[in-house]
Design a protein around this ligand. Structure first.
Ligand code: CMP
Length: 154
């Protein structure tokens, strides 16, 4: 198990529906640490960089329009296996397949308006975090439950 950081974006639908607190609580309660956080409206150029891998796909234009249409919340999240854990907490991209109990399973019904985005690999996480956060916008601190979450004997 490696300590990793990953990028989460609470999308415009999540912000506008008042789900910011609910979504962040899911990650915090799991035992993951929020090490960076900001509310911002993505410039088009930034959204295009973040979603470069999807350029040319049928949903690309709609996705960019949506992601730049209103404020989002960007989170840098740290923890052991954080990239995979966050993706499990988020649920499948397509809300028709995401399980109840996951963020998308509980709160979304549309594949574009699917509440959250998260990095899908260590390489994407590094790339995406660098696009959204300056180096001094991610912080180091100790959560007081870390020894309980990660007992040294296990
Ligand atoms: P996200 O994790 O932000 O990554 C790309 C986004 O494109 C995805 O979530 C969906 O919101 C959106 N999207 C729309 N249609 C599709 C599709 N057919 N396959 C994958 N992603 C899609």
């Amino acid at each position: 198990m490696e300590t990793e950081q990953t990028l989460v974006l609470i999308k415009p639908d999540g912000v506008q529906r008042g789900l910011i607190g609910e979504v962040i609580a899911r990650y915090e309660h799991k035992g993951l640490k929020i090490v960076g956080m900001k509310l911002l409206q993505l410039p088009r150029e930034t959204a295009e960089k973040l979603y470069a891998v999807h350029q040319g796909k049928s949903f690309y234009t709609v996705l960019i329009e949506f992601m730049t249409s209103a404020p989002i919340v960007a989170l840098a999240i740290e923890g052991r296996d954080a990239i995979e854990l966050v993706r499990i907490l988020n649920g499948e991209t397509d809300p028709r397949k995401s399980q109840p109990g996951s963020i998308r399973g509980d709160f979304s019904i549309n594949i574009t308006h699917n509440v959250v985005h998260a990095s899908d690999s260590p390489r994407s996480a590094e790339r995406e975090l660098d696009i959204v956060f300056a180096p001094d916008e991610r912080y180091k601190y100790h959560r007081i439950d870390e020894d309980i979450l990660h007992p040294s004997a296990v």
